[in-house]
Design a protein around this ligand. Structure first.
Ligand SMILES: O=C(O)CCC(=O)C(=O)O
Length: 305
């Protein structure tokens, strides 16, 4: 049992992160943190809001909630008070702000795979200090946990998000495509206020490579995950979760984005995840630092903490 939390990474761990684009930190959260996380995720799952959507197939489901901490004090405490901000601060060696969070909830049974994608292009931010903390209160075998393409954060390419509406399709063609996917494949059950398919696809960005189709050609890193562990990964790294496994319990995960000093606002034509409502009111401009919106992206750690 872990009784004290780890507050910082050592030189080797930081170097692995910068080289590979991700790292698994074993047993860095105490049981108290893990149970707070479990309670926060359970309360959000029990009460979906307008930003809760799902990917659905005939045999499995993945519910994704945007900004769950906005309605859970427990998740807010976890994000702000747990050792995560200081762990991330010790990697980027600079001030750490909260950017946003998501819940990925896969019910017991067959696990829905999460397709390969890169996070940064889904958001109106860019820069190298965007780090995700992926945590779960559950035992997650590698076959259902997060995988990354090693080093892909350094490829210097922004891939097209997998969602969004193709601007070259007419309304009818778009509706027909959605209906066909609903009948034959994995489709989206949108939330009242959010759909991954509402955004307009930015076709100037290169398509995300189909890593799954040729896994052997890529250097893929993955881990068996246990409660108390944390996976940290870079915002530009290609990542996914396989679904080649059935679990007798839900796989609950919380993915929290923390931002360092070089993260800037950028207005993306193909933005998928909306800006926080409070930010929209301030009319942010491309190039502005998140530090200019300190009430929305609070400072959680700096070297003097
Ligand atoms: O938990 C998952 O299956 C996917 C998580 C993910 O894509 C993310 O954290 O960005």
């Amino acid at each position: 049992m872990v009784t004290t939390s780890k507050e910082g990474v050592d030189y080797e761990e930081a170097s692995s992160f910068h080289r590979d684009g991700a790292i698994l930190l074993k047993g860095v959260l105490t049981e108290d943190w893990v149970s707070l996380l479990a309670d926060g995720l359970d309360e959000c799952f029990a009460e979906p809001d307008g930003m809760s959507s799902a990917l659905v197939s005939s045999s499995s489901e993945l519910r994704i909630d945007q900004f769950p901490a906005a309605r859970s004090q427990k998740l807010r405490n976890f994000i702000c008070e747990s050792p995560l901000p200081s762990l991330i601060g010790s990697i980027i060696q600079g001030p750490v702000r909260f950017y946003m969070d998501q819940m990925f909830y896969k019910p017991a049974g067959e696990m829905m795979p999460t397709p390969w994608h890169q996070d940064t292009s889904y958001y109106n931010v860019e820069g190298h200090d965007l780090i995700r903390a992926w945590v779960s209160p559950d035992v997650v075998p590698r076959a259902a946990s997060l995988e990354i393409v090693k080093g892909s954060h350094l490829w210097n390419v922004t891939y097209r998000p997998l969602a969004g509406r193709d601007p070259d399709l007419s309304e009818e063609e778009h509706e027909a495509r959605i209906a066909m996917v609903e009948e034959f494949g994995v489709y989206e059950r949108p939330g009242e206020d959010f759909s991954y398919n509402n955004a307009i696809m930015d076709k100037s960005l290169p398509e995300t490579p189909n890593i799954e189709a040729s896994r052997g050609s890529f250097d893929i890193l993955g881990w068996d995950f246990e409660p108390g562990d944390v996976i940290l990964f870079h915002g530009n790294v290609l990542h996914a979760a396989q679904g080649d496994v059935e679990l007798s319990y839900p796989r609950r995960s919380h993915a929290i984005m923390y931002a360092g000093p070089n993260i800037r606002y950028i207005k993306r034509p193909g933005q998928i995840i909306p800006d926080p409502i409070a930010l929209t009111k301030l009319k942010p401009q491309t190039g502005q630092s998140l530090a200019e919106f300190g009430d929305i992206f609070p400072l959680l750690w700096d070297a003097s903490s």
